[in-house]
Design a protein around this ligand. Structure first.
Ligand code: TMP
Length: 249
């Protein structure tokens, strides 16, 4: 197998886990896995299902670009290399069952919870925690729940929140330069070898809200969630602005 940064001698092995948008495969190296990005899309805890043609390629390549940028800024990520349009070689992590959300502008569930209008600016970015559980529908939790459920140690949680804000400080201006407002996004962290913490999962229009700077047009998965149309075009536009030329898909 080869990838962009170096040649690695790992072979893909059996499926470890299949999620709604990705499949994770073991490799011949116990510390490495392959993330395969599907075109499948779900919303509202999989009540709504569909396909976004070319999404897997966009999400894989966009995540790779942003993981490399974050690594340069000193954020440890699980990204090791790009194997193909839909396959990423990653460090094997024990994923912490917390979804960490950072918000710069009111949207989605925060608008519903607070009654504030979508689009209201947030002066100081907000970090929220959700329990990663499909069975429970990812309920919002706080630090006391994290301790009670033993999801992460206080030191791990403090690192996650600090790192989430650092990631926001790197990505927000980077995207704004490309005329994208980073409204909010979801992160997942995990423990690698020696329990060291890394950013995992993906950073893509599935996991970020991205609005055009001038028109505030939604260029992310909300087009699918809310049946706004133009879903594929929005993903390709984000790809063009953040990665390069549109994909073939
Ligand atoms: P929310 O406003 O619905 O809570 O979503 C906040 C952010 O988290 C938004 O950028 C979309 C992302 N997100 C996910 O990545 N996965 C999910 O399951 C949900 C509900 C949101």
């Amino acid at each position: 197998m080869k990838h962009e940064e170096a040649t690695v001698n790992v072979e893909q092995r059996g499926k470890l886990y299949e999620g709604k948008a990705k499949i994770v495969y073991a490799t011949s190296d116990r510390n490495l896995v392959v993330q395969y990005f599907k075109d499948d899309a779900t919303a509202f805890n999989a009540l709504k299902k569909g396909t976004i043609v070319g999404k897997g390629v966009v999400n894989n390549r966009m995540s790779a670009t942003l993981f490399r940028r974050l690594a340069k800024a000193g954020v440890p990520t699980h990204y090791v290399g790009t194997l193909s349009d839909r396959e990423m070689l990653c460090r094997r992590l024990d994923i912490i069952k917390i979804e960490t959300i950072v918000r710069n502008v009111v949207a989605g569930s925060l608008a519903k919870r607070t009654g504030l209008e979508e689009g209201t600016p947030i002066t100081q970015p907000i970090v929220e925690l959700y329990l990663k559980s499909d069975a429970l529908g990812d309920p919002m939790i706080n630090e006391d729940h994290v301790r009670m459920l033993r999801l992460a140690t206080p030191a791990e949680l403090a690192w996650m929140k600090r790192t989430a804000l650092r990631i926001n400080a790197v990505l927000r201006p980077h995207m704004l330069k490309r005329d994208l407002i980073l409204v909010d996004f979801k992160l997942e962290f995990g423990r690698g070898a020696g329990r060291k913490l890394y950013l995992g999962d993906e950073i893509s229009p599935d996991t970020c809200r991205l609005w055009d700077r001038a028109t505030r047009e939604k260029l992310d998965k909300d087009r699918f969630r809310r049946d706004l149309g133009g879903v594929e075009d929005a993903y390709q536009e984000v790809y063009r602005r953040l990665v390069g030329e549109p994909t073939d898909a």
